[in-house]
Ligand binder design. Structure first.
Ligand code: ACO
Length: 434
């Protein structure tokens, strides 16, 4: 970041002296006012619940222009990566800053492939869960538990530990997600098959059984790879900020990523894909397309507490570029599986059409986000609804680690410690105490 030409001046109506604060510019995007000395100079904090106007860090990784609907990973538009890239090359890009050349790509794929198995003890840990446990509850536990199995990569201050824990997390998440699925349905775990692609291997671990060969469908393999690319990073969203804050205490990367998994689970964040499909299912049960208008009235009624899941975003005030790509993938997958007339997809398109024409959504700049179509694609592939957020977590793991490692390497890094505006009781005495 560099100092901008101008400065910010903060003045007070009570006659206190005004203060000047530096302004910094990034490479693109809004400038920031440096308020770090504000408390020392004025005894005041800033107040910004929900971080509506607060940049919590500087970052080189991902850039979003919410008004344009643009998403760049290390400068590359998401559309180009999704159309010409591969998930593991995207992981390399996020972690290292540039796309790999041919040799770097081969080496990286090999490195990840060599770490896909999990410690055999993990399955006994997994077996402690109820079979009907939500996969995100299981994943929060399993990812945190990795730190109990891989002691040699838990020192976040050691660059080698950071490097190996990154590879382990990227490589093992598909295995863990598939294991939590197989456990839930009572089928044997499938060991990874390293001759397959990252997404092909995931499909086989999910849907293969030991008594039969599994043939990977290339259209579904590509669709899944695209889902992974689209979800790989999204700058300082709630789960990424959680990982950064958790990791800022110096905790190990597995623990920090487990915190990210827990945060992602919520329906306002990664849980929205599951919530969106449930919503479409509810509308279907109400009577389908003919009831969309009625459902929309509920959404617009603030007292109903009903939200249009898969719509709206804190940053995008335009169409989420990932939603466009996901809609394309949705068309490809449904055509491949002969599901072009899938009623859920038709319903989703109708909901989107009505919302995009309705003044409530237009005036608030509410557009479909990535979760609107990802559930339909995942369901068509055969992924159960309660595993959607687990697939999102798998894909986002690389972003969490890239952001965590960037924070640890930042000379300005400090433990994250927000302040507060206290509104509770001033000091008072317990009865009988002085
Ligand atoms: N349905 C109906 N109204 C909505 C929706 C929605 N999905 N989203 C926002 N609004 C309304 C709000 O009620 C508010 O209206 P008001 O100005 O009359 O009070 C206005 O639009 C602005 O919304 P905020 O809640 O202030 O926006 P915020 O940035 O805090 O929330 C969020 C963003 C959480 C994503 C919200 O849009 C939402 O809950 N969407 C549904 C859940 C969802 O799809 N989440 C996935 C996000 S993408 C991701 O995590 C991968």
């Amino acid at each position: 970041m560099k100092l901008a030409d101008n400065k910010a001046t903060l003045s007070f109506s009570n006659g206190s002296p005004s203060i000047e604060m530096p302004v910094y510019s990034g490479s693109i995007g809004p400038d920031v006012i440096d308020i770090r000395k504000l408390y020392g100079q004025t005894g005041m904090f800033t107040y910004d619940p929900g971080f509506l106007s607060t940049a919590s860090c500087q970052s080189d990784i991902t850039f979003i222009d919410g008004d344009k609907g643009e998403l760049l990973y290390r400068g590359y538009p998401i559309e180009q990566l999704a159309n010409h890239g591969d998930y593991l090359d995207t992981c390399y890009l996020l972690l290292h800053g540039d796309l790999p050349d041919a040799k770097q790509s081969t080496d990286f794929h090999k490195l990840v492939n060599n770490h896909t198995m999990v410690n055999e003890q993990m399955q006994f840990f997994l077996r402690g869960f109820r079979r009907d446990a939500h996969p995100m509850a299981v994943m929060t536990g399993l990812v945190g538990a990795l730190s109990a199995f891989y002691h040699d990569s838990t020192d976040i201050t050691n660059p080698e530990h950071r490097e190996i824990s990154a590879i382990r997390l990227i490589a093992k998440l598909p295995t863990l997600v598939a294991m939590s699925y197989k456990y839930g349905i009572g089928q044997p775990f499938m060991y990874p098959q390293n001759s397959l692609s990252y997404s092909g291997n995931f499909l086989r671990m999910m849907f293969g059984v030991p008594c039969e060969d599994y043939v990977v469908n290339p259209v579904l393999e590509r669709a899944l790879d695209r889902i992974f690319i689209l979800h790989a990073d999204h700058e300082q969203n709630a789960s990424t900020s959680t990982v950064r804050l958790c990791g800022s205490s110096g905790t190990n990367p597995f623990a920090a990523v487990a915190a990210g998994v827990a945060c992602l689970w919520g329906p306002a964040h990664g849980g929205a894909n599951e919530a969106c499909l449930k919503m479409l299912d509810d509308i279907q049960k109400m009577g389908g397309i003919s009831k969309v208008g009625e459902f929309m009235e509920q959404v617009k009624d603030k007292n109903s507490g009903v939200k249009l899941m898969g719509f709206g975003h804190r940053v995008y005030k335009n169409y989420d570029p990932r939603a466009k790509l996901m809609q394309e993938t949705c068309n490809e997958v449904l055509a491949e599986l002969g599901l072009e007339n899938d009623p859920m997809f038709k319903l989703a398109k109708q909901v989107e059409k009505i919302a995009l024409e309705d003044d409530y959504f237009v005036s608030r700049k509410l557009y479909p986000n990535v979760d609107f179509y990802s559930g339909i694609v995942q369901r068509a592939i055969g992924i159960p609804v309660n595993l959607f957020t687990g697939v999102f977590a798998l894909a986002r793991t690389v972003g969490w680690i890239a952001q965590l490692n960037e924070m640890i390497g930042d000379p300005e890094y400090k433990i994250g410690r927000p302040r507060q505006l206290f509104t509770g009781s001033p000091r008072r005495n317990v009865p009988g105490a002085k």
